[in-house]
Design a protein around this ligand. Structure first.
Ligand code: PLP
Length: 375
């Protein structure tokens, strides 16, 4: 049975060129990058070259890129160090954030008594920018704003220019969880005064278990993982050289092919919207109806009973999607994202998150529609 993979916001396939690079490193470059003899120095040079390749994509400097094991680790490190070491007393965020941010902020509030302010979410799934501005006008406490760039469930996109300008004006730090947008849109950190961004390679056709944090030079964070001098002592632990090299290759390719792939993915999304609207005239698309070009969150006009079996039946036909309104371990638990802006009635209906990549085809969308129709 042919797999139809429509869950690219969860993870992506690894590009063959990335695998090739990684295998080369695994085969030939097994030296420890901290060793001072030739094969160690060579491994180290691969890491530093990858750092340069990555920094260049964002107009950042190499020393501002620190490798981590994933996006979650990068988010944890930045948020913790901002509170613990940079004196942040107030965190402004939303209940739409990924749990890597939400649960970290919750933990920091319990440990350090930091005040947490959640912004109102409009029915369009967007933040209330005016409320953010009003909150920032109160400059009595050192503040960190942590807002995601692209929401992983509905694809709502943050206005980076507006938020970063507000943060500069009111002397707040700005951390942006860019896990869903890195490699899918250009981010020029020379123009955008964002303090911290994070990435995870498995979201842009790179390997799992590797990510990075961008830490703007003026912000001096302290480590949360102590040990050796790797990453200038900011993140101890022997580097996964093949992972780092694979991530850099994946990112380089993502930006090389960006325009072409964005066009293809946007067409797939539009086609999917069109087909769904033909089959279900009452279908709704959750969010602000624009959304990021690779994510489509669909509210299907189906009964609860049908909804309960939907993911299972799609899976039986080889179609991988995820539920916006997640039914986890048998209990109906609405998505923490959708519950912020959908009405009670819509929350009871099944929502599907479809997320596309350059590998998807219109035929796959037809297969999805066919299967949905017989459920
Ligand atoms: N932030 C966002 C917005 C995400 O979508 C994800 C992954 O789903 C993460 C953070 C966590 O990234 P990782 O899987 O690398 O820990």
């Amino acid at each position: 049975m042919k797999q139809v993979y429509l869950d690219n916001a969860a993870t992506t396939s690894v590009r063959p060129e990335v695998i090739e690079e990684m295998v080369k490193v695994l085969r030939n470059d097994y030296g420890n990058p901290s060793s001072t003899y030739a094969i160690g120095r060579h491994a180290k040079s691969l890491i530093e070259n990858a750092r340069k390749v990555i920094a260049k994509q964002f107009n950042a400097t190499s020393s501002e890129i620190i490798f981590t094991s994933c996006g979650t680790e990068a988010n944890n490190w930045i948020l913790r160090s901002c509170v613990r070491d940079l004196g942040v007393k107030r965190v402004i965020t939303t209940k739409l954030e990924h749990h890597a941010v939400l649960n970290t902020v919750k933990q920091l509030s319990a440990e350090y008594g930091v005040e947490v302010v959640f912004l109102n979410i409009l029915p369009t799934s967007e933040i209330d920018y005016n409320q953010l501005e009003d909150l920032l006008k109160d400059e009595s406490q050192p503040t960190l704003v942590t807002l995601m760039h692209v929401n992983n469930e509905v694809g709502t996109e943050l206005d980076l220019k507006r938020v970063s300008a507000l943060c500069v004006e009111h002397k707040a730090l700005f951390h942006c969880d860019t896990v869903q947008s890195i490699g899918k849109t250009r981010i020029n950190l020379e123009e955008l005064p964002i303090d911290f961004i994070v990435a995870s390679a498995h979201k842009f056709h790179g390997p799992k278990g590797i990510g990075f944090a961008f830490i703007r030079k003026k912000n001096v964070l302290k480590p949360v993982i102590f040990g050796g001098e790797q990453e200038k002592g900011m993140r101890a632990g022997t580097e996964g050289v093949h992972q780092v090299v694979g991530m850099a290759k994946a990112l380089e390719m993502a930006y090389e092919l960006l325009d072409e792939e964005r066009k293809h993915i946007s067409e797939i999304k539009e086609y999917c919207k069109k087909r769904l609207s033909e089959v279900y005239p009452d279908v709704k698309f959750n969010g602000n109806n624009v959304g990021f070009y690779n994510i489509l969150n669909v509210l299907l006009p189906l009964s609860q009973e049908k909804a309960a079996m939907m993911l299972f039946q799609l899976d039986m036909k080889g179609i991988a999607v995820s539920r916006g309104s997640a039914c986890q371990s048998g209990s109906q638990k609405p998505s923490h994202v959708l519950s912020q802006f959908l009405c009670e009635e819509d929350l009871k209906r099944p929502s599907l998150r479809l997320s596309f990549s350059h590998e998807n085809t219109k035929e796959e969308i037809d297969t999805l529609i066919e299967v949905l129709q017989v459920i």
